[in-house]
Design a protein around this ligand. Structure first.
Ligand SMILES: [Zn+2]
Length: 318
């Protein structure tokens, strides 16, 4: 990944909804006017939009536009303009589906809602946006989340799944509990053979798992395995962050999650402390996955807290 990824990822998490250290955030705030929205045709009438923050999937057709995730508020006009530029429809975005509550995926909810879009998400997305709280891995990655304003809140929520029937497709959002957060959905576009996996699948290396918001590595593995099992071999996969992918990429990611989890679980069984695991560099064989955002130590913390059920501040044992 390019350098600056940490800034982007931190900002991604901070989004419009997170409070964080205001001064630091202000310094990291990108020049939104320089952000360009890149549109890639994925398949049929499904497009992937990249700008700043999480990837967007868009179903664009005569019934209107459905987008999955909406990046940051200052980019909403550019996103809408990029969709109009396809010259398929002049209609505004009709539905926004949020894959989870983080600000780099929901930051555009306010402007899109104000422009008339209906925001849809799993129950816990609305709850976490409404209350705010803490996002983090239970260790060194920790950010305060401000309560979001009313127009940011999804007005249609679901517990398990919901289907939006538009543009000749049954666009299905299916909840997978306790993966990246406790409100994740994976979005299927079956007619076009495309899936948007939200941040349950990312391409920036070791994933951020928001243990503080109900995420867990076990849930992330389960989500990947269950989703993969019901997808055709040649499905096009839009990750939460990073380049368009395929099922082999998802399998490699899942394999890494399982292997690293097993190593940390073994160390836990041997009564090693978290500090010992870091000192022993037990994830060294997977160092190619280390990113600027989640390095090996941060991922050890993530796995340790996830596997021991620690959600908040890490409490040293011994
Ligand atoms: Zn996220």
């Amino acid at each position: 990944m390019s350098k600056g990824i940490r800034t982007r990822m931190v900002l991604a998490l901070v989004g419009a909804a997170l409070a964080c250290a205001q001064a630091a955030v202000a310094q990291q705030e990108p020049d939104w006017s320089k952000v360009q929205i890149k549109v890639t045709k994925v398949s049929g009438n499904i497009y992937m939009l990249e700008g700043q923050g999480g990837n967007i999937a868009a179903s664009v057709g005569e019934d209107g536009i459905v987008i999955v995730d909406d990046q940051f508020a200052p980019l909403a006009e550019k996103i809408q303009a990029a969709l109009k530029e396809l010259k398929i429809t002049d209609k505004l975005v009709r539905f926004v589906i949020n894959t989870h509550y983080h600000g780099d995926h929901t930051g555009g909810n306010v402007p899109f809602s104000n422009a008339g879009s209906t925001v849809i998400a799993q129950d816990n997305v609305r709850k976490r946006l409404e209350t705010g709280g803490t996002a983090g891995n239970g260790g060194s990655i920790k950010m305060d989340v401000k309560p979001a304003p009313k127009p940011a809140l999804p007005i249609i929520t679901f517990e398990h799944d919901v289907t939006v029937h538009l543009n000749g497709e049954d666009i299905r959002a299916l909840h997978f509990p306790s993966g990246h957060t406790d409100g994740d959905s994976i979005i299927f576009f079956p007619r076009n053979n495309v899936v948007h996996m939200g941040d349950d699948f990312v391409r920036y290396g070791f994933p951020f798992i928001d243990v503080a918001s109900g995420g867990s590595v076990q849930g992330m593995v389960e989500a990947m395995e269950k989703a993969t099992a019901q997808l055709p071999a040649d499905v096009k996969v839009i990750p939460g962050h990073g380049a368009l992918s395929n099922l082999d990429d998802v399998r490699a990611f899942t394999k890494m999650l399982k292997e690293t989890s097993a190593v940390v679980q073994k160390a836990i069984n041997e009564h090693k402390t978290l500090d010992q695991m870091k000192q022993d560099k037990i994830l060294a064989p997977w160092s190619k996955w280390k990113g600027d955002f989640v390095n090996e130590d941060a991922f050890i913390e993530t796995l340790y807290n996830s596997l021991t059920g620690r959600k908040g501040e890490f409490v040293k044992h011994n």
